[in-house]
Design a protein around this ligand. Structure first.
Ligand SMILES: O=C(O)CCC(=O)C(=O)O
Length: 490
């Protein structure tokens, strides 16, 4: 059944309305937006390639896994890409996101063919719904699906693209509940696990050739079975937003079974917030907003837990200056520290290194500093081997260096690990501090504290107990070892 919403959207080309509809329904159906000549060219190009040969396996993969048909050459050819660029759809997504924010990876084009079931086989068996781009090691990042339909599917079960109107909001509400924020993930070996909730009734799009449907990224969808005589032909473009990096990694350890979690789901539900930098003040007083960032900072606790185990780090910072976070992840710790320190009238210039692509998220929290090169994706060893070369925008020394000395990563037994500790200490400016976060169990922390002190006292004979301070988090579960750099240049 046609919704009132989709009719309105087709009639009113106004990005504001469309954004509103995407937010409300999760999709808009734009009728006859593609020039029929362009539809014909695309169909011809696809049919030509079908004529070049298509294997049974390929058809099966398309049926079950909805993979794209066609060679790279075809997918990037003009007859196909014109379906986006020559239509108002592209202008529209540019207006929705800001042209400067659009990112199109190589694989943004999918030619989606749905082959009919055999004559006599009229069994209607629906695929489960899914969300796109739930990936091991990286979750979505794209914001909009633009589907262009190349043949009429005016009857249901003709391979129709199928949405669940409002399902994106049902999912959002579900994921915002911290108990369920991890209930969408792709299992290490490929299976997408979706939450078992009622997302409402399906709506099979009854499309004419040349119609376009734009979907919010969190719209549950699927392809309907095809008992029509025709191959359903569509092209889907996935439009990415630069500020929602598609490599955004998630915390692989949260579930403890090596599966991955879509930690960022709730934060991406508002397409109107285009290039607005994320406001940390608002986030910190709104647990709903901060949870995905806390997850992206590799912490599985609640908002209260985050504050009670991180805020105490600011007790060791007694002056304004530069702060380098080693393993800064998405930058949320730095942003929280900056915010809390500002309340003490201290101003901090943030820098961060991180070995995985979560560092790209820092751009959302610190757009200016990100552009200046304050955040770099690099592993600690490579960084320390040539800091000025690897991080040209970094100062030679920092007033504060924070390093969360993960129990499992750095046990500091090996000389090479001890050297890392020493090099970091040498990068702290005089009157600055090396801050080491200890987030293990109490016995683990105690043991590590002693080990670090032993290394430091042996390698820097001018450092003694008077330069070392141990702080405890509000809930006493965590420690911070603060080492003054005051004497190191003596
Ligand atoms: O082909 C369709 O209608 C749906 C395709 C789809 O669900 C997908 O590729 O994610």
């Amino acid at each position: 059944m046609e919704t009132a919403t989709s009719k309105t959207a087709a009639a009113t080309y106004d990005p504001k309305n469309i954004c509103e509809l995407l937010r409300r329904d999760g999709y808009v159906h734009l009728r006859k937006w593609v020039d029929p000549a362009d539809v014909r060219s695309a169909v011809r190009a696809i049919n030509f390639e079908i004529g070049e040969g298509i294997s049974r396996e390929e058809i099966e993969l398309m049926r079950v896994n909805t993979i794209s048909f066609g060679t790279d050459r075809l997918r990037h050819s003009q007859p196909i890409t014109n379906l986006l660029y020559k239509t108002r759809a592209f202008k529209l997504v540019q207006e929705l996101y800001g042209a400067e924010n659009i990112f199109l990876p190589d694989y943004y084009v999918q030619i989606a063919l749905r082959f009919p079931q055999d004559v006599g086989n009229d069994i209607i068996s629906y695929l489960p719904w899914h969300l796109d781009n739930v990936q091991p090691g990286g979750v979505k990042g794209f914001g909009l699906i633009v589907g262009v339909f190349l043949n009429d599917t005016l009857q249901p079960d003709s391979g129709n693209f199928t949405v669940f109107p409002g399902g994106h909001r049902t999912l959002e509400a579900h994921f915002r509940n911290t108990a369920y924020s991890m209930s969408l993930y792709r299992h290490k070996y490929g299976k997408i696990i979706v939450p078992n909730i009622d997302i409402g009734d399906q709506h099979q799009i009854l499309a004419n050739a040349g119609d376009i449907v734009i979907c919010h990224h969190q719209m549950p969808h699927r392809a309907a079975p095809n008992i029509s005589p025709h191959i359903r032909m569509a092209v889907f473009f996935r439009i990415y937003h630069k500020h929602l990096p598609f490599e955004h990694p998630v915390d692989c350890n949260l579930r403890g079974d090596e599966s991955l979690v879509d930690a960022d789901v709730p934060s991406l539900c508002d397409c109107s917030k285009r290039s607005v930098p994320t406001d940390i003040g608002t986030m910190l007083i709104n647990p709903d907003l901060s949870i995905p960032w806390i997850r992206g900072s590799k912490c599985s606790g609640s908002f209260q837990f985050w504050e009670s185990t991180r805020r105490f780090i600011t007790d060791s910072i007694n002056q304004s200056g530069t702060l380098l976070d080693i393993g800064c992840a998405n930058g949320f710790l730095l942003a929280s520290l900056c915010y809390w320190l500002e309340q003490k009238s201290l101003s901090v210039i943030p820098y961060g290194i991180e070995c995985d692509p979560s560092v790209l998220q820092c751009r959302r929290l610190f757009p200016n500093q990100y552009e200046l090169g304050h955040f770099i994706q690099i592993d600690l060893e490579t960084f320390l081997s040539a800091p000025t070369h690897e991080a040209p925008a970094f100062p030679e020394r920092f007033d504060f260096i924070y390093w969360n000395v993960w129990v499992e990563n750095y046990d500091l037994e090996a000389e090479i690990e001890q050297n890392i500790l020493c090099k970091l200490y040498q990068m702290v400016s005089s009157k600055g501090k090396l801050l080491l976060g200890l987030y293990g169990t109490k016995p683990q922390n105690d043991e590590k504290l002693e080990k670090i002190k032993r290394v430091m006292f042996r390698r820097f004979p001018y450092v003694n107990n008077s330069h070392v301070q141990v702080l405890s988090s509000l809930n006493h579960s965590h420690n911070l070892l603060s080492i003054d750099a005051i004497n190191q240049n003596n």
